[in-house]
Write a protein that binds this ligand. Structure first.
Ligand code: 5GP
Length: 198
């Protein structure tokens, strides 16, 4: 287990298209929460508008596998045919500074992180879409992915949804501002508990 005594890891997982990224963006803008975002490494190709080091660190499969073999990832997983991983070093450094770090990772990664830290250092939240048909509508409206990718993501969404019960909280994103309020409340509650227990 990494030697970190402070800080909080906030795991946010959701099926693709559930609105997680917009919610995270809004959470990060709320200075009263004091959150920072962990930037993952991925072998997925950048989408239009994505920049290396901002949304992700983009790399080749062989570079990714080298990092895995050197033990550089706190967690990693294959999601939708691409590899994604969270840098161990960045997380240890952030926690040592008492950071509250948001990890946007899938259920497989969430499991790995949970197994490496004490429960009081982790808050895991699953964001649910109102329904699979709404999810499909959102994925199409986003216009970023091909039909084949959308179909694969819908299948993966069913799998992802079946793991919601492993999380501390499940928040439904039916209406953005309500979901954001629910998320902020849960995070604020945990922050105040951690402060009281110090
Ligand atoms: P996207 O390619 O749409 O940005 O992300 C696809 C999926 O990969 C999402 O479910 C996202 O949460 C997951 N993901 C992104 N970064 C990581 C990571 O570092 N580790 C794991 N396990 N999953 C990740």
């Amino acid at each position: 287990m990494p030697d970190v005594s402070q800080g909080l890891l906030i795991i946010l997982s959701a099926p693709s298209g559930a609105g997680k990224t917009s919610l995270v963006r809004a959470l990060l803008q709320d200075a009263t929460l004091g959150l920072s975002l962990s930037v993952s490494t991925t072998t997925r190709a950048p989408r239009p508008g994505e920049a290396n080091g901002r949304e992700y660190f983009f790399c080749s499969e062989s570079e990714f596998k080298q990092e895995v073999s050197k033990g550089r990832f706190l967690e990693w997983a294959e999601v939708h045919g691409n590899f994604y991983g969270t840098s161990s070093e960045a997380i240890s450094e952030g926690l040592e500074q008492g950071g509250r770090i948001v990890l946007e990772i899938d259920w497989q990664g969430a499991r790995q992180v949970r197994s490496k830290f004490p429960p009081q250092q982790i808050l895991s939240i699953f964001i649910e879409p109102p329904s699979l048909s709404e999810l499909e509508r959102r994925l199409r409206a986003r216009g970023q992915d091909s039909e084949a990718v959308i179909s694969a993501r819908l299948l993966a969404a069913e799998e992802e949804l079946s793991h919601a019960k492993e999380f501390d909280h499940v928040i439904m994103n039916q209406e953005f501002s309500k979901a954001l309020r629910d998320l902020s409340d849960v995070i604020r509650q945990r922050i105040s508990q951690s402060i009281q227990s110090v």
